[in-house]
Design a protein around this ligand. Structure first.
Ligand code: PEP
Length: 250
């Protein structure tokens, strides 16, 4: 049985105090009982990780990025091992904002993936097409290449540690959510490519999350799809009540 996961990507939001208060509020809800079989994860900015880790026990902790190297002269970077030591269990990589604003490529993502696996962290690997690619009918081709270029070089054993987040870029932060049919169609396609490469069992066990303007009012119809195993939530994860409502939408 694959996991159901609802992960909150806080992006570059919240002061340390606000982040701690938000983490405590999410943890307080989770401590009264998580929805059956659902893992809840929050991804605060790097600076908040250690303090947030100290107040979480039911809720998982993620970082939003990691360095391509172990250590050394990489000013401004944060290594996977530092994230692990700060208390993270997950790390988001390949978010479209990082691909488009910070030049993240399949090649740099492969290095990051290797760092995460080496350090026992769970990668949340993001993929997704931009609006032009969808409108010109290239979305399957684009997402298949993103998945293949980074994931198909992994062993099946390593691949089994990866969570995928399909995030159509045109839906991120725009209020324009993919329809449940569009989400299911792409999730099923991703699972099909995984099946072709890693086999039935590994593909069936992989959690594929949907991200892009997912909120309490649309989570239920998105999560009802057989290949949608939860969500990567941006804006709506900054409010504990809304985030909790999304986690209860299965
Ligand atoms: C995200 O940043 O991963 C995301 C899905 O953002 P939003 O929910 O705000 O569209």
């Amino acid at each position: 049985m694959r996991k159901k996961i609802v992960a909150g990507n806080w992006k570059m939001n919240t002061s340390p105090q606000e982040g701690l208060a938000l983490a405590k509020a999410v943890e307080a809800k989770a401590s009264h009982g998580l929805p059956q079989g659902v893992e809840l994860v929050v991804a605060p900015p790097f600076t908040h990780l250690s303090a947030v880790a100290a107040v979480l026990s039911k809720v998982g902790l993620s970082a939003q990025n990691c360095a391509t190297h172990d250590s050394g002269a990489y000013t401004g970077e944060v290594s996977a091992s530092m994230l692990k030591q700060a208390g993270a269990g997950y790390v988001i990589i390949g978010h479209s904002e990082r691909r488009s604003y910070y030049g993240e490529t399949d090649q740099s993502l492969s290095l990051k993936m290797a760092q995460l696996l080496k350090n026992g962290l769970t990668p949340i690997f993001c993929c997704g097409e931009v609006l032009d690619e969808r409108e010109s009918g290239k979305h399957f081709e684009v997402v298949e290449a993103q998945v293949a270029n980074v994931l198909f070089q992994l062993s099946e054993e390593d691949f089994r540690k990866v969570v995928i987040a399909y995030e159509p870029v045109w839906a991120i932060g725009t209020g324009r959510t993919a329809s449940p049919e569009q989400a299911q169609e792409m999730h099923a396609a991703i699972r099909g490519w995984l099946r072709g490469h890693f086999g039935d069992s590994a593909a069936a066990d992989c959690a594929i999350l949907y991200g892009g303007s997912c909120k309490a009012s649309n989570a239920q119809e998105l999560f009802a799809n057989p290949d949608v195993d939860g969500g990567l939530i941006g804006g709506a994860s900054l409010n504990a009540d809304e985030f909790w409502a999304i986690a209860n939408s299965f």
